[in-house]
Design a protein around this ligand. Sequence first.
Ligand code: HEM
Length: 162
Amino acid sequence: MRDILLVIHILLGISWVGGIMFIGWGVFPATLSSMSLGNQRKFLIKLMDWTHLLFTLIGSFVIYTGILLGTIFGPIRSFDVLFHTRYGNIWLTALIIGVFALLWGVFVGYRGMMRVFKDDFIWKEAENGNKKPLIRGLIGLTIMESIEVIGFVILVVLMVLF
Ligand code: HEM
């Protein structure tokens, strides 16, 4: 049973991290270099609407299965184990960073993207030849998303440390 849960946890974890990175490094640049501005905007809003819920669900299940693996199916049965063992400390750190990355994605990343994609001024200016506000917006989004990616990198390191 624990092994099945671990397989599910790992598959979900890969999908969460890999999916978000694929969109950021693959779909975004491809869209921005191959579509007209109007289509880019429409496509990116649709893409975010669709993937936002999906990745929020996947991320929640990664955390949920991680909690089960550490507690019901793992050694963490008391606060003593949680705070005074190496396993407990790694798990608690992973839990905090996992929840942080998920909330960051929902409340900062997604909202920030929608703010840029739905900002009429930025896109009208870009259509009229002034791409500066759009580029500034996209750079802001990249920096914002890097915070989530740093969280993922720390999580993967913690998983190896278990
Ligand atoms: C980016 C998201 C995550 C990925 C890619 C990921 C991946 C993995 C991998 C590959 C393992 C197997 C490690 C091994 O057997 O040495 C694992 C185990 C585990 N993960 Fe995660 N994980 C993620 C997030 C989390 C979070 C947020 C938690 C805590 C709530 C967590 C808790 C655990 C636990 C308890 C185990 C079992 C460790 C053991 O007893 O050997 N994981 N995870």
